[in-house]
Design a protein around this ligand. Structure first.
Ligand code: 3PG
Length: 203
């Protein structure tokens, strides 16, 4: 099994994290792991993100990756910070080749058959389906999965606790991603752990 598939099969939900303050990094990671969600995607959308990855990577049981990686500079920075996997919202040949050359598990975003074919050309078969709901939802992914039977997906974008079971019921869907597990605002570790616990046994 490819390392990216092992990561995708670790937990049914990958929390998509926007960390504004690095002081929150370890409490958030501990709360998620305590709730059974071990795979954490820290989006490179804030100044605190890289430092947050460094800190969270020290939390026992946490598998910390970088999300919103859109170019090679960010890829290098994420790898230097200790990211164990890379998620991108889309797929360029340049980024795909760099991630493969870097030997890091890579989950690029796709939304069309052409995107998937670009990934297959690079030797990739594990994708984030993004933005999942806005791109046509479950019906759209089912239709896309038809011609690409060997591919596996992590739908992300617009997914909530109420919607996740429908996605996870598709055999090609190994996990889903979403930001709902860690709401914006002051960190409430009990709430985060409870949100994680509510979904970590799905699948
Ligand atoms: C992402 O980057 O994967 C999305 O912003 C997460 O989407 P959501 O906020 O709708 O869960």
């Amino acid at each position: 099994m490819k390392p990216i598939e092992r990561i995708m099969r670790t937990a049914p939900v990958i929390p998509v994290l926007v960390i504004d303050n690095v002081a929150g990094a370890i409490p958030i990671a501990r709360a998620l792991v305590a709730g059974g969600l071990n795979v954490l995607e820290v989006t490179l959308r804030t100044d605190a993100a890289l430092e947050a990855i460094e800190e969270m990577a020290q939390v026992d049981g946490a598998i910390v990756g970088a999300g919103t990686v859109t170019n090679e500079t960010q890829l290098d920075a994420a790898m230097s910070a200790g990211a164990e996997f890379i998620v991108s919202p889309g797929l360029t040949n340049k980024l795909g080749r760099a991630a493969i050359a870097g030997g890091i598990p890579f989950l690029p975003g796709i939304a069309t058959a052409g995107d998937i074919m670009r990934g297959l050309d690079l030797g990739l078969e594990h994708f984030k389906f993004f933005p999942a709901v806005a791109s046509g939802g479950i019906a759209s992914l089912k239709a896309l999965a038809g011609p690409f039977g060997g591919c596996k997906f992590c739908p992300t974008g617009g997914i909530t606790e109420d919607l996740m079971a429908g996605w996870l019921a598709l055999p090609q869907v190994l996990c889903v991603g979403g930001s709902w597990v860690v709401p914006a605002g002051p960190i409430d570790s009990d709430l985060i752990a409870a949100n994680a616990r509510a979904v970590s046994q799905a699948n």
